[in-house]
Ligand binder design. Structure first.
Ligand code: DC
Length: 219
């Protein structure tokens, strides 16, 4: 069985940056689980599905087809032969992704996809329920946490590079709203997985976080 390194945590905690760095340092494939929920959300919006109607979302998402392709050290996703890129990172998708990802049928589909991925090689997966639900038996489970103001600052800087200009207050409100939905949903809520190693990244550099994770893996 190939290794699965699980990195969970709230939005802006540094999961994505850390998981990329772990993937590079250890030479394993990077997997972004949130992107799969974002793809589901984009497809719902494009098809005019009401994202506040769980039954409609569940029925529609059963038909969404995604191909998985190993590309440049990561598992890339293609919909209709194309990678979604930043079309899944808009404020509109941010506003709709939590209700879509709260639908149990959608979670079951995405969890099934994620469980197939170790066939492609050793992986590092970032998300919200990777160590708690998708891979609860992995010996390499980490939960990153961070002060909300610092998370908002990080996310605002990141969004600005994509051309989305928002105040830090707007970003913080959006992050906290998503945290609330992600942590309180019935199916696979965001939480510290039992037995996972918790790392507070507020005052740590990316290298510091990666060192802590790599040392747990004996690397
Ligand atoms: O990490 P992200 O911001 O791209 O995630 C987008 C949304 O998807 C987030 O609001 C919660 C949801 N998500 C989830 O429920 N479970 C995961 N494993 C990953 C993301």
């Amino acid at each position: 069985m190939n290794k699965v390194v699980c990195i969970d945590g709230p939005a802006g905690s540094g999961k994505s940056t850390t998981a990329h760095a772990v993937s590079e340092r250890l030479g394993i494939l990077f997997v972004d689980s949130g992107a799969l929920y974002r793809i589901m959300t984009r497809e719902c919006l494009r098809a005019g599905v009401d994202t506040s109607d769980p039954a409609a979302v569940a029925a529609f998402c059963k038909g969404v087809r995604v191909d998985f392709v190993v590309k440049g050290g990561r598992v890339a996703y293609e919909v209709g032969g194309e990678e979604p890129g930043d079309t899944i990172r808009t404020p509109e998708i941010n506003a709709h992704v939590s209700p879509v990802s709260a639908v149990p049928e959608v979670r079951a589909i995405v969890t099934g996809w994620l469980r197939e991925m170790p066939r492609l090689g050793d992986i590092v997966v970032e998300g919200r329920d990777i160590g708690s639900v998708v891979y609860p038996d992995s010996p390499y489970r980490f939960y990153l946490d961070c002060d909300p103001d610092e998370r908002a600052r990080r996310r605002q800087r990141e969004d600005a590079t994509k051309g989305f200009v928002q105040t830090e207050e707007q970003v913080k409100a959006s992050l906290l709203a998503r945290d609330r939905i992600d942590s309180s949903r019935k199916t696979a809520p965001l939480k510290v997985p039992e037995g996972a190693i918790r790392i507070d990244t507020t005052h740590l550099s990316v290298d510091g976080v990666v060192d802590a994770i790599a040392s747990r893996l004996g690397r």
